[in-house]
Design a protein around this ligand. Structure first.
Ligand code: UD1
Length: 419
């Protein structure tokens, strides 16, 4: 087991290149098994979730290898159509394989995905969407069995703009005869990334990034392509929030400001200064910031739920009160109790968190119980007086690669130690 040891109170200064978007590369890896060719994903970060997804697609017969930071997936021969519980249980994103396996193999047996640390996370919209395209779907004994014999393109309106369901239905429709229209589709940049990759491989997808996506089914995808996924907007947002909490001046490369517009607007109102170039964000933060006042999570382009915990951490040291409303996941405030151990003044009621900013937080022994909640504890530790230890590093590693080294590059004092 490992933990982070953080000596707080240092301003952050310097330049950092933002890693590959975890939420792009995971669905991209799932999509690559539909391609009867070899895909080279460039500049890929080895998050622990990426390594688990590699194992899952290898279990389906794909050949996965690395060449430096290029991840090469050869799916010319695909032998399997089942994803068993021992692998699916380790990764929520395993559900992304349902659409691609069904499309390529015409049958799929996928164990229910794991990870429920932030809420129930049902998959009814994924399944309803596939059924709307004519798939036969049976949900039995912890597995989803699906067959594609009668699949045809069709129209489907999501009852909620779910990211994963939009991606799953879009992937399945790529190899399904006829035209599919997805209404009330999610608009996240990672969906645009996925559509760009699939189109490069020969798919016919239009409208990704808007609320209506149209897919003309093709017989097969057979082009071998190179593709470089997006930079991670949640890591970029985490670093901006860390600098806002600690003070300093940072420049993020491989980071598009337009992907974090809602957050940058809030930080600007709180007195952070920005200098923005096409894929570079420079931010300065001096002195104690004004609180955000109120903020609520929403689908893109709103404030992402994946930045809510880190925003709570910043509000705990900002000047004034803030009401933070979590609209996407029902139990996503587990970090609050840990922040209170550091002296934070927080009141929680259902999906609303009220913070009253303190002059200071104090170092403490805290424990992460999910990925982004863990990032929030790191931010609090960096801003606090004294030292903080953060357990539960395995959650943080799922979506931040060697976070301690990135923070050190920016002048923070953080190390990983065995316990
Ligand atoms: C993706 C992201 C995750 C992010 C989330 C919301 C990946 C790998 N993960 O997760 O980091 O927090 O988007 O931006 O991209 N829902 C249903 N039924 C369904 C599917 C979803 O009720 O079938 C609900 C969920 O419970 C939740 C909401 O829809 O309340 C949003 O979930 P969704 O957009 O599907 O999130 P994920 O795709 O799982």
């Amino acid at each position: 087991m490992e933990r982070f040891f953080i000596q707080g109170g240092k301003a952050l200064r310097g330049e950092l290149k933002i890693d590959t978007a975890k939420n792009s590369i995971l669905p991209l890896m799932a999509a690559s098994i539909m391609v009867e060719g070899v895909t080279t994903f460039q500049n890929v970060t080895r998050y622990s979730d990426v390594l688990v997804m590699s194992k899952i697609i290898e279990s389906l017969g794909a050949v996965v290898s690395w060449d430096g930071d290029s991840l090469i997936i050869d799916s010319r021969e695909l032998s399997g159509s089942s994803v068993l519980n021992e692998l699916a249980g380790k990764l929520r994103a395993s559900v992304f394989l349902l659409g691609p396996v069904l499309a390529r193999q015409k049958t799929a047996k996928i164990a229910y995905p794991g990870g429920c640390e932030i809420g129930l996370r049902p998959i009814d919209i994924h399944l309803d969407g596939l059924k709307a395209l004519g798939a036969k779907v049976i949900d039995k004994n912890g597995y989803i069995y699906a067959s594609a014999d009668k699949m045809r393109g069709g129209d489907y309106a999501l009852r909620f703009a779910s990211v994963g369901a939009t991606e799953n239905i879009m992937m399945a429709a790529v190899l399904t005869k006829g035209q599919t229209r997805i209404y009330n589709a999610a608009k996240e940049p990672e969906i645009v990334d996925l559509a760009c990759y699939l189109n490069k491989c020969g798919a016919k997808i239009s409208g990704a990034g808007s609320s209506v996506i149209t897919i003309e089914g093709v017989k097969k995808l057979s082009r071998s392509v190179k593709f470089r996924p997006l930079g991670d907007r949640i890591i970029a947002g985490t670093m901006l929030l860390a600098c806002a909490a600690c003070g300093g001046e940072i420049t993020l490369k491989n980071a598009k400001a337009e992907h974090n517009e809602a957050l940058i607007a809030k930080l600007s109102q709180s007195a952070c200064q920005f200098d923005i170039k096409s894929d570079k964000i420079k931010m300065r933060s001096y002195g104690r910031l004004k609180s955000f006042g109120s903020v609520e999570t929403a689908t893109y382009p709103g404030i992402p739920t994946d930045l809510q915990p880190q925003i709570v951490a910043l509000q705990c040291v900002s000047d004034g009160c803030c009401m933070i409303v979590e609209n996407l996941f029902e139990s996503r405030f587990k970090h609050a109790a840990e922040l209170m151990k550091m002296g934070a003044d927080i009141t929680l009621k259902n999906n609303v968190c009220l913070t009253r900013g303190r002059d200071k937080l104090y170092g403490a022994e805290v424990k992460a119980s999910d990925l982004r909640g863990g990032a929030a504890l790191v931010i609090a530790g960096l801003a606090a007086e004294g030292y903080t230890t953060v357990e539960g590093v395995e959650f943080i590693d799922r979506g931040y690669y060697e976070l301690e080294k990135q923070i050190c590059l920016l002048g923070g004092d953080m190390k990983r130690e065995k316990i």
